[in-house]
Design a protein around this ligand. Structure first.
Ligand SMILES: Cc1cc2nc3c(=O)[nH]c(=O)nc-3n(C[C@H](O)[C@H](O)[C@H](O)COP(=O)(O)OP(=O)(O)OC[C@H]3O[C@@H](n4cnc5c(N)ncnc54)[C@H](O)[C@@H]3O)c2cc1C
Ligand SMILES: [Zn+2]
Length: 617
């Protein structure tokens, strides 16, 4: 008998969780290492599942790849752990008519960019060859959130072997994969690449899996599998705990059968008790060969985008001079000085006030709160910086929905300064998304879809700026990043401050081919110490000897230093004037008088200079 022949005729019962079962027994370390140090414990788990009625068990190798084992310093044990795992499972299966699947788990989860496909392929091949050399009865590719990842590894496996391959993906939510692909489409793609059994495992319990299966027809050729978690997990005294009882699982097993599932097991939180209940419920029942697909009412997606209060900045800067000014929310409570500055800049005639998101990784009053006040009470456009450092994928999406709700449609998507340099060096830097991902996410919101492709009910109308750091060793590499950001959907760029006329020209030359405009950064120096700090401690920024000397000559005379700082900025503005329409002034330390003066200077100059046609925008 072979696994596929059996599945032609009957429903097979899979096993349940390994990892969470061990965890519930108090194991709090690498589960796969136990194949070597406590083989009997693993053997007993397999035996318990077989005794409960599992026809198919899986090796304890879910995370037994180089990447995951290296988190425990076990990267040299990949071979031993996988080989031993198969041997243990086979020992348990011997004499029981039980199939042994070699499990290879997904790596990426939802962090698509965390591992390259090359890394994934290398990891997979190593585990695959070990499974094949130990002669498993089939392969179980499970807990793949990323469709690209599972398709990549499935292609490798299909070329290497004729043994049955089961591909189980983990849903993002009912009927939808993480990248927004509908379940049916995802499963069809896996079938087309040669999977023999396609289905679902982990992340969700029976309710969500059942609702998902109800909406899809039976696969054309492949069999359908389902390995639900026992429930959604909860935290109890710091430990993740899963609930739901065996009666619920028995009923769910019958419902899964009605949806056409032929290989039915359990994932996280399930135990031999759950498997026993499912096996008993399904005993003697043939698989169904036909089913009625439930048509879910499509959520109405809004086709038109939300109204914008202000025209997008790139539209303005493509046509004429445009000026935006950064004034950062204070690090202490109280907004009096800030509001005074915002009013003064508004009176001077800027196009937008930009508000940093905890710049230099130190807490400030929320830029959303402050930006909303500025925009709603003063009527001055606020441009909100958004870092990937402070919010996870949940927080970022909630943040974007909040910005949309407040009518704050101008945003700058950035990585964020590393928390190491701020007031709380030990604070976690989240980085669920890179700046590229964040740009793409915001553009996806503009299509009315969340990260997972779920309709948001409205389309947002964000205009997305991205950061440009020209103060790097190789400008061409920085420009390559800009091209990539444009490909992700960046509408324009805002640059770090530039301190030399030559650099302005270099930047112009290197970026003139870009299809989106740049606001070029200019930040007035405030003192000699400030100049020395920027020159010596900010990576990539070099001030010329003459600028440093000019600032040094001003000595401790604050007023004189301000005047020098202004004069230097004015020369830079002169140099930038013909090259870039967009100018981005950065207000140092809430000293808005400086940026107000520079704003006036720019407007005066603009009136004096006949508006020349600028070819590079
Ligand atoms: C206009 C502007 C506003 C900013 N506002 C804020 C703010 O509000 N809050 C805040 O915390 N930070 C802010 N920053 C700082 C910004 O988050 C950091 O400079 C960050 O490191 C770069 O952001 P990014 O989005 O351009 O990163 P990315 O382009 O995604 O780069 C991420 C990392 O890759 C590396 N990298 C990038 N380019 C190169 C290159 N050419 N060569 C080698 N390595 C490279 C760097 O290590 C960089 O940190 C701002 C920066 C700019 C330009
Ligand atoms: Zn699981």
């Amino acid at each position: 008998m072979t696994l596929l022949n059996d599945l032609q005729k009957k429903i097979l019962i899979g096993d349940g969780a390994m990892g969470t079962l061990l965890y519930s027994h108090g194991v709090d370390r690498c589960f796969e290492e136990l194949n070597l140090s406590k083989p009997d414990e693993i053997l007993n788990v397999h035996k318990a599942y077989i005794a409960a009625g599992a026809d198919v068990i899986q090796t304890n190798t879910y995370g037994a790849n180089y990447i995951k084992l290296s988190r425990y310093g076990l990267e040299d044990e990949v071979r031993a752990i996988n080989r031993t795992a198969v041997q243990i499972a086979k020992k348990a299966a011997a004499g029981n008519n039980t199939y042994v699947l070699g499990t290879i788990g997904g790596i990426r989860a939802f962090k698509k960019n965390a591992y390259s496909l090359e890394d994934i392929k290398r990891n997979f091949r190593e585990q695959l060859y070990l499974m094949l050399s130990e002669e498993v009865s089939g392969l179980l590719l499970e807990t793949y959130y990323d469709l690209e990842e599972i398709k990549t590894v499935l292609e490798i496996a299909r070329k290497e072997t004729n043994i049955p391959i089961i591909t189980n993906i983990s849903l993002h939510e009912i009927g939808v994969l993480q990248d927004g692909t509908p379940l049916q489409e995802g499963l069809s793609q896996l079938e087309a690449l040669g999977a023999d059994v396609v289905g679902l495992n982990c992340r969700l319990g029976p309710y969500h899996m059942l609702s998902s299966l109800e909406e899809i027809p039976l696969p054309e050729r492949a069999f359908l599998s389902v390995y639900p978690n026992s429930s959604l997990p909860t935290l109890e005294e710091g430990r993740l705990v899963y609930g739901s009882g065996e009666k619920y699982f028995a009923e769910s097993a019958l419902a899964f059968r009605n949806q056409g599932a032929r290989l039915i097991g359990g994932c996280c939180g399930t135990t031999p008790i759950h498997i026993e209940a499912m096996a008993a419920a399904l005993k003697g029942l043939p698989p169904v060969t036909e089913k009625k697909v439930k048509i879910r009412k499509k959520e109405i997606s809004v086709t038109s985008a939300a109204e914008r209060k202000y025209p997008p900045l790139p539209e303005i800067v493509n046509k004429k001079r445009s000026l935006i000014v950064e004034l950062d929310p204070p690090k202490k409570l109280g907004l009096d000085k800030f509001i005074k500055g915002a009013k003064a800049l508004q009176a001077a005639g800027i196009d937008a006030l930009t508000l940093a998101d905890n710049s230099l990784a130190s807490p400030r009053i929320s830029n959303v709160a402050v930006g909303s006040i500025v925009q709603q009470t003063l009527g001055l456009r606020s441009l909100i910086h958004i870092t990937c450092r402070d919010r996870n994928l949940i927080g970022l999406q909630s943040h974007l929905m909040g910005l949309h709700t407040l009518g704050l449609t101008d945003v700058l998507a950035i990585t964020g300064d590393p928390s190491k340099i701020g007031d709380f060096p030990g604070a976690t830097s989240v980085y669920d998304l890179s700046s590229f991902d964040l740009i793409s996410l915001i553009k996806q919101f503009n299509d009315g879809l969340s990260y997972s492709g779920k309709p948001l009910g409205e389309k947002t109308n964000f205009s997305v700026a991205a950061a440009f750091n020209p103060n790097v060793k190789y400008l061409d590499k920085a420009v390559k990043r800009l091209e990539k950001k444009i490909a992700c959907g960046a509408d324009y760029f805002i640059s770090q401050p530039i301190y030399s006329e030559k650099q302005l020209i270099d930047v112009y030359e290197e970026t003139k081919h870009l299809t989106v405009p740049i606001y070029i950064g200019i930040m007035p120096l405030t003192s000699s110490r400030n100049a020395e700090f920027i020159h010596n401690e900010i990576p990539g920024i070099t001030l010329s000897d003459s600028i440093r000397e000019r600032m040094a000559r001003a000595g401790d005379n604050r007023e004189k230093a301000y005047q020098e700082g202004l004069a230097i900025s004015k020369r830079l503005i002169d140099a930038a004037f013909d090259l870039f329409n967009g100018i981005y002034l950065i207000t140092p330390f809430l000293n808005y008088e400086l940026t107000v003066e520079l704003t006036n200077y720019i407007h005066k100059k603009q009136i004096e200079v006949n508006e020349r046609k600028i070819t590079h925008v």
